[in-house]
Design a protein. Structure first.
Length: 366
């Protein structure tokens, strides 16, 4: 008798942003692919080429694209039927919920925004056969306040970064993050201003470069142009939009410092969705031997121990004072770099990530 095809499906309303959250959920499906599952995505455009260029996935060779049945919510019974052919269904939460006939169903939570988790009577009915997955301990902490108790599966750091960090460092400050001004903005505007202040205050940083790398979508071109105007043709401020993965890894390898400003000036008690939810780029920087400075909020605040495996700051003045102070302290820099590498290796390896995903597959569907 012919073996039944095992199928997993994904609906991610934000798929075309191809940011850290998209890499994370696709990495979960990657483990399913390793186990022989057919990977299906509800999306009206084939994004396979961009996904391959942007992300280092281990096992997904083929993505099967299906018509986006979730555009029309007028036919819930049809959606229920369409999903019934799948062994697993993953949905990235955007506030809408669907009845699903799949054998196993998961809501993937990558934004700690209370508005996305309205557990009213109708939504509870729709979610009766779903479980929730959170992308970080910080997101989990917020969700539990709102009556959601998720499984926590943080992303992993690519094994290539564990071994490809022996490059000679250059006088570079790097930041990685999508170029956009809304939601949890990466605040490249403030980085540019801070970099100029730093160069004025310290001659040791006079010949440093600031490299800003990240994804850029057409709808964010206006913000990107504003950033370039703010830089005022300063040749030491370099923009790298939509870099390929190999180049991004090279940038981590050559950079001495890493900056992360997401959440700057936000009251995270009132708006937890506007701070960094996890912070995969700072971890990639740490494993690459960068001295990593993060704004003290959200996920990075829980990952970084100040002066131990990285540095936290609460405002621009503190950042500048700290980076000037530690730049001349060779022993502290060496200690922090080594602690950072060991912290990432211990907590965010692919093996650890894979074992957590395998727990979802442990009970095989019949």
């Amino acid at each position: 008798m012919k073996n039944k095809i095992k199928r997993v499906a994904l609906y991610n309303p934000y798929l075309d942003t191809l940011g850290g959250g998209e890499k994370h959920i696709l990495s979960i499906l990657d483990v399913f692919a390793e186990q022989g599952y057919e990977i299906n995505i509800f999306w009206d455009k084939n994004l396979s080429k961009k996904i391959k260029e942007r992300f280092a996935l281990q096992c997904i060779n083929t993505l099967k694209y299906l018509p986006n049945i979730f555009k029309n919510s007028s036919f819930p019974l049809q959606t229920l039927k369409n999903l019934s052919v799948f062994d697993y269904f993953f949905y990235v939460a955007d506030g809408s919920y669907f009845f699903s006939g799949a054998k196993n169903n998961f809501v993937f939570c990558m934004v700690p925004d209370k508005r996305l988790y309205n557990l009213n009577f109708l939504n509870r009915l729709k979610l009766w056969n779903y479980k929730f997955i959170s992308n970080s301990p910080y997101t989990t902490k917020q969700l539990t306040k709102w009556g959601v108790n998720p499984i926590t599966i943080p992303p992993y750091i690519d094994d290539k970064l564990f071994t490809n960090n022996q490059n000679k460092k250059e006088r570079v400050i790097l930041s990685v993050g999508r170029f956009f001004s809304h939601l949890h903005s990466k605040r490249q505007d403030l980085m540019i201003k801070s970099f100029k202040i730093l160069k004025r205050k310290s001659k040791e940083f006079a010949d440093y470069k600031l490299i800003l790398a990240g994804g850029l979508m057409k709808e964010d071109q206006k913000y990107f142009n504003q950033l370039k105007s703010l830089a005022k043709n300063d040749s030491s401020i370099i923009f790298k939009p939509n870099v390929e993965l190999y180049e991004l890894y090279e940038l981590y390898g050559l950079s001495t410092y890493y900056w992360h400003f997401t959440g700057y000036g936000i009251d995270e008690e009132k708006n937890p969705e506007l701070v960094e939810h996890f912070g995969i780029a700072p971890l990639e920087a740490m494993i690459s031997g960068c001295l990593t400075f993060c704004y003290s909020a959200g996920g990075p605040k829980e990952l970084i121990i100040d002066d131990k495996n990285g540095f936290l700051f609460s405002d621009v003045n503190e950042l500048i004072d700290k980076i000037i102070r530690i730049d001349s302290n060779k022993s502290l820099k060496e200690k922090v770099i080594e602690n950072g590498k060991q912290f990432v290796k211990k907590n965010f390896s692919y093996q650890m990530f894979r074992s957590k995903v395998m727990e979802l597959i442990k009970v095989r569907p019949k």
